[in-house]
Design a protein around this ligand. Sequence first.
Ligand code: PRX
Length: 659
Amino acid sequence: MSTIDSVLTETRVFQPPAELVKQANISGMAAYKALYEEAERDFEGFWGRLARETLQWSKPFTKVLDESNAPFYKWFEDGELNVSYNCLDVHLTNGNADKVAIIFESDDGKTTKVTYRELHARVCRFANGIKALGYKKGDRSIIYMPMSIEAVVAMQACARLGITHSVVFGGFSAKSLQERIVDVGASFIITADEQVRGGRTIPLKPAVEEAIAMGGCEAVKKVIVYRRTGGNVPWVEGRDLWMHDVEQGQPDTCEPVQVGAEHPLFVLYTSGSTGKPKGVQHSSGGYLLWAALTMKWTFDIKPTDVYWCTADVGWVTGHTYITYGPLAVGATQIVFEGVPTYPNAGRFWEIIQKHKATIFYTAPTAIRSLIKAAEASPDHHPKKYDLSSLRIIGSVGEPINPEAWVWYYTNVGGERCPIVDTWWQTETGGHMITPLPGVTGLKPGSCTLPLPGIFAAIVDETGADVELGKGGFLVVKRPWPAMIRTIWGDPERFKKSYYPEELGGKYYLAGDGANRDADGYFWIMGRIDDVLNVSGHRLGTMEVESALVAHPLVAEAAVVGRPDDVTGEAVVAFVVLKRARPDDAEAAEIAKELRNWVAKEIGPIAKPKEIRFGDNLPKTRSGKIMRRLLRVVAKGEAITQDVSTLENPAILEQLGKAL
Ligand code: PRX
């Protein structure tokens, strides 16, 4: 672990508009500080109060936090609730029943709306159907679906029955899917025939078939298929069922299964610094509490808002800020099937205009690509659309560079919408460090201040606080209700990854380097481990390396990240073949083959942007690959670091030239 120092040069501060402050759920700095201080003064009292006020418990909890087996913290443990009940049933009697829950915008621009009453009925019918197949609390399902109302229904139906779901992003390969099916021990899969993105259909069911054929999936007895396109897909009689047939004839109500607050709502796989993705296990009570609270705090959600989060349900953002958070607070939200550039680069702005969206939440990589697109095709510039309905805009997934921030603020937010630059992770369950729209003065590129109850800090290698302005490791000093509970099936890895001995085992180590300025604002400097962030997607360098070396031609591979204008980071792979280093013409061929191979092993998001071939890799005398040097080579910069420990310094020149 190395400390990251950086120069903080950004000085502009953008204050929230007075109108917004006046009506905000947390209004003004004094209100924020009061909450923060309440949490400091009476930590358990604070969380207990919020959990009682925010959620409906079928059995109230008597104890807020159990730290006796730290870092395996337990929250509200003897309390019972049902997540789906809290997202749907509560709205049948509070005046929201006929409110639109989801506005679905399909790839080809068709709109479908469902009210809370209709969504409740659909979830109940599907849950009843799943129950009729014999599935019950404690079982695990895999959900491999496109962005759709049906994906939300599937997740909510599992939650209703106490079935732990594990959603796999539709862009992951059959191999990635198989690994997750096996690791989580799924006994059924919910998928779709095909997905539709950018005018193209992409098969999903065939990938499920392929995954099952790889073996280890014997526990899977049923595959439920949402018919999205009606395309021809492989079918196994007796095992496969259409989603509409499973729902058919089922009653519109389904008794929610009450679960303990710690019951695992879902397991979501994410990349770590070692090869195998980790199954991040989340709870029911603490997780839902934070999903609902952060909707109120960060997005300042109000009954009249039209909220839109562009994430996919395959990522944590889609879990917390599509499937669970917005429904828990009775919001109207847009769910979008397609991509930002189809049929043209004005698609996002057109959707905002069409549905009068008031809150818009997207990723810096999308913003950066749309900046480029708007420059190339001025007709699709956000200025050409009426975006005056917007009041809050947000960013998530990676650091947003100040240029992109200012463009977003000016052209999308019309210089009146605060940008909530939300720092968080799959493991944190919800927002951790973020501006509040009615509170925080904004500095482009800074995620500003931690939310009330979140004791974020920056420490050095020994776990000691660093002074302001001095970079270090981002940690969270106290537990919080939505935190990761464990890594599915691997508690030791959980402890080692997040509560390492070096830091005394008492702080949550986020894996990000960060800095704090004189105002106490946090600036995220990126990962400190071997994890890349490509288009806001997490990728382990070891994961890509393992995929590469699995190819019969490859002897050795090292993967590093290189800064990229659009994707934030790009994957660069250095490869040694089992045979001689290829000449230029051959190299292009083999590189293409390897890129496709990685797409098949992991998914298209992991494809290296560039592959360079060498006779060897830079190694220390003890045989360790020096990735630090490869990062410099990947950027095309000259090596200025000390290379005296290097066994074979000449290789750097070869790899530097091998463009
Ligand atoms: O490096 C941080 C970056 O994304 C990582 C978490 O990735 P993941 O678990 O896939 O979750 C993404 C969606 C929450 C973090 O360790 N990251 C996320 N949000 C920000 C960020 N970096 C800077 N600023 C952010 N707002």
